[in-house]
Design a protein around this ligand. Structure first.
Ligand code: ISL
Length: 540
């Protein structure tokens, strides 16, 4: 694999900077803090970092509402701090992808400030404006992901503007050529600074139906009105439009001017997510890779995993998926999928082993390497506007955004200087999983994750190999990764009881190194075995 293809099979560590390390004591993580702890990331053995937004922003959606794309929000530091992080990452062999939030800006962005003031402004058509219906109501029935109509009224223009997320996140009109050029200029700014590519936010929302047709209603699933009303429509006209492909092609063409840079698209969890990953990444003039949180909608049982593996194999044959089991938008996998909803170290490691052995690339979300469970927050602790709207049916996304626990015994686990309060509390349940504690324990999840990543580096089959399902009796699930005659076999015990390995596999174990379960031929509860030649080489 050429250097330019470094992203195939790469693992990216997702940093949510607000919650990584706070160096200056305002309760908010920042770039100097990230710099202090960058060796934690390098020591994991990942290939790069995906850094969530650090641009100037009123922080209504914690950085996904950008008001100046080419400057760093003072709460995170300065451009000089950014350059230092970039340099430190590159010095350690880590690539850096930054977020490109192309679908919308903050309402505080100068582009929008001018656009809302007058229909004659240079950026008048850079957002999606529409006249009211004859009765004064919004132009159609589109809904915002975060609740309510997707349209907000602007008295100065006597028009509505579109927002797929918060009203303070007006949708950009990327079908306006000047607007698209402005977005490409933003991308160029960061590429010139040396970033290795972009995570592209919410690509299913980049363009919309220019006729503004209403979406068809769908009956409530199981006859019950869902907590999030967004599910009550089929999003035929506000999402997933063919016109987005032209936008993505322009972004790719720009990236191709900077060899080695890559794109990672975020695909919504609407039906057909894997087909869309294939469509978005299936041609050399489109995206390099894409991920979806779609699998998270399901439980963690054998049929679901079998379907997931089928999707993984099919998507790899047509495009390139990136796997993400946890991130800043969803409940942490260690809790979401845990048996009985109670995080369990054995199960958490099984999840990590699966995440890092599926064919494709992968994102590891900060704290996932520690096996952090979802934080249970009280209503008054919630900061996420999505959670505030829908509490208590949906508690928002803060449970996966709490600060990284660095030092078990320190005030705020050393996320902040000890004299200040973090923006979200450090959960008591995270202290025992703090980095210092896990560094000292050879059997910890952190040390396990490092060994797993080292194995992925050493074993080409795990990075680049094809995948083939294994036909195993329940409760076992497994597959084989293979490249150039080298095989890696993976078997997972999905039950809470020990299970004997089938005889054929036992034979395969002889002569192969084991990772995970002890080589006794029995997989303990939630145990797994990863059988790989590199493990033998390592022993010799
Ligand atoms: O699937 C979805 C809607 O059908 C959602 O998961 C959607 O794709 C997601 O909410 C988009 O998330 C991204 O953009 C948001 C921001 O709040 C999230 O943090 C970000 O990851 C708006 O910029």
């Amino acid at each position: 694999v050429q250097q330019a293809e470094w992203w195939r099979g790469a693992v990216l560590y997702q940093v949510y900077p607000r919650s990584f390390v706070d160096s200056d004591g305002d309760g908010i993580g920042d770039l100097p803090g990230l710099l202090e702890r960058i060796d934690h990331i390098a020591a994991l053995g990942v290939d790069g970092i995906w850094l969530c937004p650090v641009y100037v922003s009123p922080q209504r959606d914690f950085g996904y509402d950008v008001s100046d794309h080419c400057a760093i929000d003072p709460s995170f530091g300065s451009l000089a701090d950014f350059d230092r992080v970039l340099q430190a990452a590159h010095a350690r062999g880590l690539k850096v992808l930054v977020d490109l939030v192309g679908g919308h800006t903050s309402d505080q962005h100068p582009w929008f400030a001018a656009s809302r003031r007058s229909k004659a402004a240079p950026t008048a058509d850079w957002y999606v404006w529409a006249d009211p219906a004859p009765d004064g109501t919004p132009p159609n029935n589109w809904l915002s992901v975060f609740g309510g109509s997707a349209w907000a009224w602007e008295p100065r223009r006597r028009q509505y503007y579109l927002h797929h997320f918060l009203p303070s996140q007006p949708t950009l009109n990327l079908q306006n050529p000047a607007c698209l050029e402005a977005l490409l200029d933003v991308a160029r700014f960061w590429l010139d600074r040396g970033v290795d590519g972009f995570r592209l936010d919410a690509i299913d929302f980049l363009t919309h139906d220019l006729r503004l047709r209403s979406n068809p209603a769908v009956p409530p699933p199981n006859g019950q009105v869902p907590a999030k009303l967004f599910a009550l429509q089929r999003h035929d006209h506000d999402m997933i439009q063919p016109a987005s492909m032209a936008v993505l092609r322009r972004i790719r063409a720009l990236l191709d001017e900077y060899p080695g840079t890559v794109s990672l698209g975020e695909v919504s969890s609407q039906d057909g997510a894997f087909d869309r990953i294939a469509a978005y990444t299936g041609a050399p003039d489109l995206l390099h890779m894409a991920y979806t949180l779609r699998p998270l909608r399901h439980g963690f049982d054998r049929p679901t995993l079998q379907a997931l593996l089928r999707d993984a194999i099919a998507t790899c044959s047509r495009g390139w998926p990136c796997w993400s089991f946890s991130n800043h938008d969803v409940e942490r996998a260690a809790t979401r999928w845990a048996p009985g909803g109670k995080a369990d170290a054995r199960f958490t490691r099984l999840l990590l082993a699966l995440l890092l052995s599926l064919p494709g690339s992968a994102c590891l979300y900060q704290g996932e390497e520690l096996g952090l469970p979802e934080a249970q927050l009280r209503e008054e602790e919630i900061r996420d506007p999505f959670g505030i709207t829908y509490w208590p049916e949906f508690k928002g996304r803060d449970g996966s955004r709490t600060p990284m626990p660095w030092v078990r015994g320190a005030v705020n686990a050393c996320f902040t200087p000890d004299w200040c309060d973090p923006w979200l509390p450090v959960p008591a349940s995270h202290r025992a999983l703090a980095v210092d504690e896990q560094e000292a324990d050879p059997g910890s999840t952190l040390r396990f994750t490092r060994r797993l990543l080292a194995l992925r580096k050493a074993e080409p089959a795990l990075r680049h190999g094809t995948a083939t399902a294994l036909d195993l009796p329940a409760p076992l699930f497994g597959f084989v990764r293979e490249t150039a005659g080298q095989r890696v076999t993976l078997v997972f015990n999905l039950s809470d009881e020990a299970v004997a390995l089938p005889p054929g596999l036992l034979e395969e174990m002889t002569g192969l190194g084991h990772f995970g379960a002890p080589p006794t031929g029995v997989l303990p509860a939630y145990g797994f075995a990863l059988l790989a030649p590199a493990l033998v080489r390592a022993r010799e």
